[in-house]
Write a new protein. Structure first.
Length: 242
């Protein structure tokens, strides 16, 4: 799991105070300094002792640094209450316009209500938070990427008896939190990921794939893509199983 995971991209999203400690002159000292520099509230300490395991040698220098760090963090209040690390999920019905034209307004409205009911049942089941429902699409957030993936699969499967097919996109990142609603570049990225999903597909960003390493969820590489309005290229993955 440790070898598969690469969470460097989410370090800037960690908004709580973090103390990174390394053995002075040790092989991981430079890596520790780099990690601390990427954390908004990160602090690096190099400790001159044989080992960082408290039970090896004199634990006093290690414990002293821990006490000082906790005291400083509590006094300065380095957390940001208006920003959170969240996983966002976007879904929409495939071919909704053609289906609405085929059924007519009244029948389509009834089918759409059934769709909304099914989606909301799964959001409750997987502890998702609904933020918006625009036409035939849903936008929700979760406190963990694995739960978001499993919810997306459950939504897809539960809608099949209604004759509906959906696509879904998932991304994880730092979001602004205002009145219980999440927003920001991570939300926009999730929407763009969803736009690249094929019918019946749950598509995720590289960040999500790395965060669920070791969960048993498998993926297929869908290559790199440009996401409209989002800088850089993004590698996307389709979920095989959850």
């Amino acid at each position: 799991m440790a070898l598969d995971a690469d969470v460097r991209s989410v370090l800037p999203s960690v908004r709580v105070p973090v103390l990174v400690m390394s053995q002075a002159g040790g092989p991981n000292e430079d890596a520790g300094r780099w990690a601390a520099s990427r954390l908004p509230a990160g602090e690096f300490v190099s400790i001159d002792r044989p080992d960082l395991i408290p039970v090896v040698g004199d634990p006093a220098p290690l414990l002293d640094e821990l006490r000082r760090f906790v005291a400083r963090a509590a006094e300065s209040g380095l957390t940001e209450a208006d920003r959170v690390l969240a996983t966002v999920l976007f879904t929409d019905i495939v071919g909704s316009t053609a289906r609405a034209a085929e059924l007519g307004d009244r029948a389509w409205r009834a089918l759409l209500e059934s769709h909304h009911s099914v989606v909301r049942e799964q959001l409750i089941r997987f502890r998702g938070v609904e933020h918006d429902t625009a036409g035939d699409g849903f936008f929700a957030s979760f406190d963990g990427p694995a739960r978001a993936i499993r919810c997306a699969h459950a939504i897809r499967d539960a809608l099949k008896p209604l004759g509906l097919e959906v696509r879904a996109g998932i991304h994880a990142g730092e979001c602004e939190l205002l009145d219980g609603k999440v927003s920001g570049i991570a939300v926009a990225t999730g929407a763009r990921v969803s736009a690249h999903a094929s019918p019946g597909e749950v598509l995720v960003s590289q960040t999500v794939k790395d965060l669920v390493a070791g969960s048993g969820i498998t993926f297929s590489d869908r290559g790199t893509h440009e996401l409209k309005g989002i800088p850089g290229e993004w590698r996307l993955y389709a979920v095989n199983s959850s």
